[in-house]
Design a protein around this ligand. Structure first.
Ligand SMILES: NC(=O)c1ccc[n+]([C@@H]2O[C@H](COP(=O)([O-])OP(=O)(O)OC[C@H]3O[C@@H](n4cnc5c(N)ncnc54)[C@H](OP(=O)(O)O)[C@@H]3O)[C@@H](O)[C@H]2O)c1
Length: 276
């Protein structure tokens, strides 16, 4: 399954590109934009960014990557919670659009919950949609109780972007089923566990060897095994990018999945939503 649909029927690819940590060093920006462009050429046309990343620097890198090909890309950005109010959200959106050198975002997310009431953020998002500044809106790092608080807004909330990888499976207990019930795709962030201990785990290494793949590909194929999940790995290295793109074709066997379940057990009870 290489694409899914937002609740409003918009198709989106299930494997995209993250941009956190991009744009932080001027000297790296050209190379970062080139990697994102290479990803778009391969078909990783969903790009996830945020005003927070390098304080707008990542959005500027994305602008360079999508120059001349905006229509090929599904562009996602996020607003700081302190900017999610009636008055500040339109201003934050305008600044993101300017940095991204575009006139519309495909998807605009509340990055995490802050002091602004959710109902006010929903109203501000809906207004941006009516004004044609964004095509859809969604949230990030919200748990089931927060989503329930969206009330009517839940029916127009396009996605919830949350931490989801083999080391962080708590959302499987209640959040993923809840979103599936709402026909709301979930965007899995840090699907590679930020290239930390997860990619060195002996079980991932063993499965990778058996499959003729890499641990990163096993981690990604696992995240993408269920419908309605979008993974957004970040890669600045073009070899990583190609590896990640190939992972969408990988099918984990029942034996692989059983081994992964015993090394990284699924949750048996409600767990607080983890976030980075
Ligand atoms: N909503 C939120 O609160 C939130 C929070 C965190 C992240 N995010 C989004 O999710 C995206 C992904 O998460 P992330 O950046 O935290 O972590 P990640 O995608 O799990 O890991 C990124 C790290 O993995 C490395 N990597 C990529 N492909 C690899 C491969 N095939 N083999 C080995 N290493 C590989 C990257 O190295 P190189 O760069 O050197 O290739 C980078 O160091 C972010 O960039 C951001 O867009 C959202």
């Amino acid at each position: 399954m290489h694409s899914t649909t937002l609740a409003d029927g918009t198709p989106i690819p299930t494997l995209g590109q993250g941009t956190w940590k991009m744009g932080e060093r001027g000297a790296n920006r050209k190379a970062e934009a080139a990697t994102l462009r290479a990803g778009i050429d391969l078909g990783m046309t969903l790009i996830d960014t945020a005003e927070m990343y390098a304080e707008g620097g990542a959005e500027e890198v994305v602008a360079e990557a999508i120059d001349g090909q905006r229509d090929k890309v599904f562009l996602v950005s996020k607003a700081y919670p302190q900017n999610a109010s009636r008055t500040r959200l339109p201003q934050a959106c305008e600044r993101s659009l300017k940095r991204l050198k575009t006139d519309v975002l495909d998807l605009y997310l509340l990055h995490w919950r802050g002091a602004v009431p959710l109902a006010e953020t929903v109203e501000a998002m809906e207004r941006l949609k009516q004004q044609g500044k964004i095509r859809s809106w969604g949230v990030s790092n919200l748990d089931v109780s927060d989503l329930e608080e969206l009330g009517q807004g839940l029916s127009t909330c396009a996605t919830n972007q949350v931490l989801y990888n083999l080391e962080a499976r708590g959302v499987e207990f209640d959040l993923l089923p809840f979103c599936q019930q709402q026909l709301m795709p979930v965007m899995a962030y840090s699907p590679l566990g930020q290239a930390g201990a997860l990619l060195r785990h002996p079980v991932l290494r063993r499965i990778a060897e058996r499959q003729g793949a890499t641990p990163a590909q096993v981690a990604l194929a696992w995240t993408l095994r269920a419908p309605g999940i979008v993974a957004i790995p970040k890669a600045s290295d073009e070899a990583h990018l190609k590896e990640n793109w190939a992972a969408r074709m990988m099918v984990l066997t029942p034996e692989d999945l059983t081994e992964l379940d015993s090394a990284f057990p699924p949750p048996k009870a409600k767990q607080p939503l983890e976030m980075i």
